[in-house]
Design a protein around this ligand. Structure first.
Ligand code: SF4
Ligand code: SF4
Length: 376
């Protein structure tokens, strides 16, 4: 296993971390606990020493499974990462209850790496309102938390603001070769590293979209490489080559996936990427971008919609659907997401949005296609 060190806190971690959000299921759809425990322990036996869970993962079962897997001497071998889902906390007391539930589920006295989960503008306001940071500091003093960090999903500008707002010990951002200029992006990675804050990478394979249902034009490009590698290998290499990356999280849901990821991460030439190979990855990224059907820039000039549709986000889901080979995970995420808001099929065709769109996008047509594609 390869290891890197979180600069500010001097914690040595495996370059590959285990995300505990997806596990094998039994026939009735329930998580196969024994299998999940075996996968976590096999990961630790292979040298992985960072296990990432969260309160909402698998409706709480993830924390329980991690707790079970870390019995019999495994707890001492790893850093546990867990997170506060501030959007679920009704008030300060409930926030504290959530924290105590996490300790109970994990069956541990302390959480090594504690993150504010999914920081964005509304969640950050809630962090302030419920005084989460003073509470986490109190927990740190009591020894119930070792290090405080945050995971992030918002603009680069807001990332900069959050980074300067608190003496963070580490942070977690979404990054892969398709998202290099999205959210915190490469710029955010470099900025955090400049400030001495270690960076954990999530979504290295874009939720599996970069490794399954590869469009033929993209596959042709990969096939043209002098040294043949799997799409996962290219994605991990692209990240590992950057010294600012401290740890790459991957949600491994089978032994096969775990073994494949370990093979990639431990390969001798993992951090070597030639100029030719970098060019090839850029070409693949351009090809994926070419497949984007509706080039929405996310400017939001089309809003507000009288039906309260979040037009740019709906278009983003539909673009992802087309670009990444109609991947089932896009559909699942879309269905999850629309459960909290309005569907593409709620569009009444008034075309108010189209009149304001600087890209002249046929929004009504796009939403019609999206609702047909996602069946909702
Ligand atoms: S056409 Fe549809 S998406 Fe556009 S403003 Fe009207 S209801 Fe909203
Ligand atoms: S105005 Fe057009 S480009 Fe801007 S967010 Fe709306 S659909 Fe996208």
């Amino acid at each position: 296993m390869k290891y890197r060190t979180f600069a500010k806190i001097n914690e040595k971690v495996s370059l590959l971390g285990m995300g505990a959000m997806r596990f094998p299921e039994e026939k009735d759809g329930k998580v196969d606990e024994n299998n999940a425990v075996s996968i976590i322990r096999a990961a630790i036996d292979s040298g992985i020493n960072y296990i990432d869970t969260a309160y909402p993962y698998l409706s709480g079962q993830s924390e329980v499974i991690v707790g079970k897997a870390l019995k019999n001497g495994y707890r001492e071998k790893v850093l546990i990462a867990d997170k506060m889902p501030i959007w679920l906390a009704k008030d300060e007391n409930h926030m504290k209850e959530i924290f105590n539930t996490q300790l109970k589920r994990l069956d541990t006295d302390s959480i090594d790496m504690y993150l504010v989960h999914s920081v964005n503008v509304p969640n950050w306001k809630r962090v302030k309102k419920l005084k989460l940071m003073p509470f986490l500091e109190e927990m740190k003093k009591k020894g119930k938390i070792k290090h405080i960090g945050f995971s992030f999903h918002d603009s680069y500008e807001f990332f900069e603001e959050v980074l300067d707002d608190y003496p963070w010990e580490f942070c977690q951002i979404q990054l892969n070769y398709m998202d290099k200029n999205i959210q915190a992006g490469i710029k955010g990675l470099k900025l955090a590293a400049e400030k001495g804050i270690g960076v954990i990478i999530m979504e290295p394979l874009k939720g599996g979209r970069l490794t399954s249902a590869i469009p033929p034009a993209v596959q042709k490009l990969w096939d043209s490489a002098e040294t043949k590698r799997s799409p996962a290998e290219w994605a991990f290499k692209w990240l590992a080559e950057m010294p600012e990356v401290t740890l790459i999280l991957s949600g491994m849901s089978s032994m096969k996936q775990l073994e494949e990821n370990i093979r990639i991460i431990t390969s001798d030439d993992l951090t070597i990427l030639t100029d030719e190979e970098k060019k090839l990855i850029n070409k693949v990224s351009d090809e994926y971008n070419r497949l984007i059907k509706y080039s929405c820039t996310g400017c939001e000039y089309c809003l507000p919609c009288p039906q309260k549709l979040n037009i740019p986000d709906l278009l983003e889901y539909y673009n992802e659907w087309n670009t990444y080979g109609q991947n089932p995970s896009t559909k699942m995420e879309y269905i999850d997401w629309v459960a909290k808001g309005r569907h593409a099929s709620d569009c009444i065709g008034c075309r108010k949005c189209e009149k304001k769109c600087p890209q002249n996008l046929p929004i009504v047509q796009a939403l019609k296609e999206a609702s047909e594609a996602f069946g909702i």
